[in-house]
Write a protein that binds this ligand. Structure first.
Ligand SMILES: C[S@@+](CC[C@H](N)C(=O)[O-])C[C@H]1O[C@@H](n2cnc3c(N)ncnc32)[C@H](O)[C@@H]1O
Ligand code: SF4
Ligand code: SF4
Length: 423
């Protein structure tokens, strides 16, 4: 028989004589004394089984306390059986097939290139990538880019995928290349289409997407609807005002589409253009007599009640993976920076074994990702609320590059969380 070990996805934070142990899996957390934490570490290190652990306590009350504590930690996935290996279950694959694009959005986090640049992957390599990701038995594959519809061989690629895959295939597109010539292919190969709109009218949309894009997208949605394709969502980074969010919801209701409001990411060229974008968005809000704001509103996400304080749950490398336009594999589509690459799919023979055996001791990109998740960065590593601060590690990575916003967010979050968690 074997003892216990700490589960992989736990977060630990310390303050004074207390320690918080939180589980990403169960979203639950406990606060124990440093003394108990020390004992816990020792009995885990010694590989003691439950009955052996209880024997080390002389006092009945200590025995009862530890009996209950270990049971609780086990129930909320903070400790597991020593031999337990959690299989990865990759349901969601995000496939970036090209970096090329027919638009040049000012906020493009993917830093999409123009149509004249070359794709890194050949069609044959894309087939090979598809064959490999299918070995992971995903439920959903999202086709993205750049703009996937600029790829010459897109319909052969989709045929290759569809002939081998029964799950759902989503398209993430700027929508502009949908027309009469490809509408039947679109219907045949995609289950869902997410069209990026980034506005509620021509004026707001053009800040990010350029002139006449809004009007054109409206026509594309009409065309899809006229052909009975109804699984459409529109996504948007919007001028930061509650009324605009409501108008976006209403627009989608009227269109019969689903609204998806996105956080602004500072990645790619958004990092250079955000001031200009923010200024234009505020000019737009002003022109509509609405309150101006920062481009990103993190304040409303700071919890004000203990019941909302929980460790973030990141699905990166657990149920989701992203493949970049050169075959590099990333934990998710919001973390496609080379430091988080966990390998190149074209160089991996058995992808299933590779993903299931990945560990931070053997894979540098995975280690960087886990360090990010556990807030082991310079600013946060000793913070007493780090277990609860970031719901999405990509947001932390993003804001680490924006020290001004990071600092403001940090000060306010720390104050609020400290009083809830430790007060
Ligand atoms: C990189 S695009 C690729 C697919 C396609 N070209 C499109 O625009 O939908 C994928 C999604 O990322 C979003 N996106 C791009 N830059 C962003 C940013 N700085 N912040 C938030 N979302 C962004 C786009 O609006 C789009 O919904
Ligand atoms: S967000 Fe999409 S449409 Fe806009 S430039 Fe980037 S890849 Fe192209
Ligand atoms: S951002 Fe600030 S409050 Fe949040 S974990 Fe880092 S140091 Fe703590």
């Amino acid at each position: 028989m074997n003892g216990y070990k700490y589960a992989e996805n736990i977060r630990v934070a310390h303050k004074d004589d207390l320690v918080v142990l939180a589980s990403e899996e169960s979203k639950s957390w406990v606060k124990i004394s440093k003394e108990c934490f020390k004992i816990l570490n020792i009995v885990i290190e010694m590989n003691l089984i439950h009955s052996e652990i209880l024997k080390i306590f002389e006092l009945e009350e200590d025995r009862i306390y530890f009996d209950n504590l270990i049971q609780k930690l086990y129930d909320i996935d903070i400790i597991t059986d020593k031999n337990y290996i959690k299989a990865k279950n990759i349901d969601n694959i995000y496939l970036v097939l090209t970096d090329r694009c027919n638009l040049s959005c000012t906020h493009c986090c993917a830093n999409a290139s123009g149509l004249n640049s070359n794709d890194e992957l050949s069609t044959k390599e894309i087939y090979e990538i598809i064959d490999k990701v299918l070995k992971l038995d995903p439920e959903i594959i999202t086709i993205s880019g750049g703009e996937p519809l600029v790829i010459d061989d897109i319909w052969s690629i989709m045929e290759h995928l569809k002939s081998k895959f029964q799950g759902k295939v989503n398209l993430m597109t700027n929508g502009l290349l949908i027309d009469e010539s490809n509408i039947q292919d679109i219907i045949k190969y995609f289950n869902n289409i997410s069209i990026s709109l980034d506005g509620i009218d021509e004026e707001s949309c053009k800040i990010i997407r350029g002139n006449n894009v809004f009007k054109n997208i409206m026509k594309k949605i009409e065309l899809l609807k006229a052909n009975n394709f109804n699984n459409i969502s529109t996504s948007a980074v919007l001028p930061n005002n509650e009324k605009i969010y409501q108008e976006f919801e209403k627009l989608n209701n009227d269109l019969g589409t689903e609204a998806m409001i996105r956080h602004f990411s500072y990645k790619g060229r958004a990092g250079f253009n955000y001031k200009k974008i923010e200024k234009q968005m505020n000019e737009y809000l002003k022109s509509r007599n609405m309150e101006e704001n920062y481009i990103l509103d993190w304040k409303k996400y700071i919890p004000d009640d203990k019941k909302y304080v929980m460790p973030g749950s990141c699905e990166g490398c657990e149920s989701t993976l992203s493949i970049a336009s050169n075959g590099d594999i990333y934990p998710c589509n919001l973390l496609m920076d080379s430091s988080y690459s966990i390998g190149n799919i074209l160089e991996i023979d058995n992808i299933e074994t590779y993903i299931n055996n990945i560990s931070k001791d053997s894979n540098e990109g995975y280690k960087t990702f886990i360090d990010l998740k556990q807030c082991n960065n310079e600013v946060c590593s000793n913070c007493s609320v780090k277990a609860f601060c970031w719901s999405c590690p990509a947001e932390c990575d993003d804001l680490l590059s924006r020290k001004d916003i990071f600092t403001e967010r940090c000060e306010q979050t720390k104050e609020r969380l400290t009083s809830i968690v430790w007060g």
